[in-house]
Design a protein around this ligand. Structure first.
Ligand SMILES: [Zn+2]
Length: 78
C-alpha cells in the first residue's frame, strides 16, 4: 500500500536485500515455542525501493545495540 495516498495499486519489484531500521521493538516475552529471547522485531526501509518497508526480526546483533537508521541486510535462515 502506498504510504502517501493509501492506494493498493502496486506491483512487485526486485530490491537489493539491504535497508535500514525504520523502527523496532525488543520482545522479551515468548511469541512462539522455541523463539529466542529477547527478539528484535523491526520495520525495515528497503534500499532502492521507492519507500517500501517490510517487517522482520533482526538476527546477529545485540538488541541493546539496535538503532533507528542502522543499516541491515537480508539473510536467509533455514
Ligand atoms: Zn500514492
Amino acid at each position: 500500500m502506498c504510504p502517501e495516498c493509501r492506494s493498493a495499486n502496486a506491483d512487485w519489484q526486485p530490491v537489493t536485500g539491504r535497508g535500514e531500521v525504520y523502527t523496532y521493538t525488543v520482545v522479551n516475552r515468548p511469541i512462539a515455542a522455541g523463539q529466542p529471547l529477547p527478539t528484535v522485531i523491526a520495520v525495515i526501509a528497503l534500499e532502492g525501493s521507492g519507500g517500501a518497508r517490510m517487517i522482520s526480526n533482526l538476527v546477529g546483533v545485540d538488541p541493546a545495540a539496535v538503532e533507528i537508521g542502522m543499516p541491515v541486510e537480508l539473510v536467509w535462515r533455514t
